[in-house]
Design a protein around this ligand. Sequence first.
Ligand code: ATP
Length: 199
Amino acid sequence: MYLKSIEVQGFKSFANKIKFEFHNGITGIVGPNGSGKSNVADAVRWVLGEQSAKQLRGSNMQDVIFSGTEVRKPQSYAYVAITLDNSDRQLNVDYEEVTVSRRVYRSGESEYLLNGAACRLRDINELFYDTGIGKEGYSIIGQGQIDKILSGKPEDRRELFDEAAGIVKFKRRKVMTLKKLEDEQANLVRVSDILFELE
Ligand code: ATP
């Protein structure tokens, strides 16, 4: 699996529709300070469901929408789509390519799409569990993040190892199953109360 392309429109400094195409191997993005290199990484974080404006170096979520310049009007929405090559089926869907896209309007209205079909953020999160790609993954290491990881709490570091070991999905399923068990236990208590009343 590898990142094949990133398409952006109205996202941060990218007012026009732009498509970055990547090939298997290493790609470097170079450019002067402030030219938008980090905005490319922000676009990937954002499309994968980043909900924190701070992580995207803004103060609110609408800050990702192109805010205009002296010669250009602001855009009304931000759009990002990333396409991953899935010929090795590392993502658990039967498609050669997987495209995840996200759009947000100034009104706050937003949508996620998986290969063109509307989906929930949860579907995207589940697709990327244990691949290192999700928004909690380690595939994007931001400036200062290494220091944060090294000086962070052991529990936070553990999460990174869990993701790399591929056990995050099992841990999440365990939490969900325990919750269901708890609900069933409460139901059982209710049933025995009713039975007791009827006897
Ligand atoms: P450096 O090398 O200094 O780290 P960089 O190439 O990584 O810089 P970025 O931080 O990606 O640059 O881009 C910063 C630029 O993006 C700034 O010029 C800023 O004005 C612009 N920018 C950020 N958000 C928006 C927005 N919503 N609308 C328009 N421009 C934006």
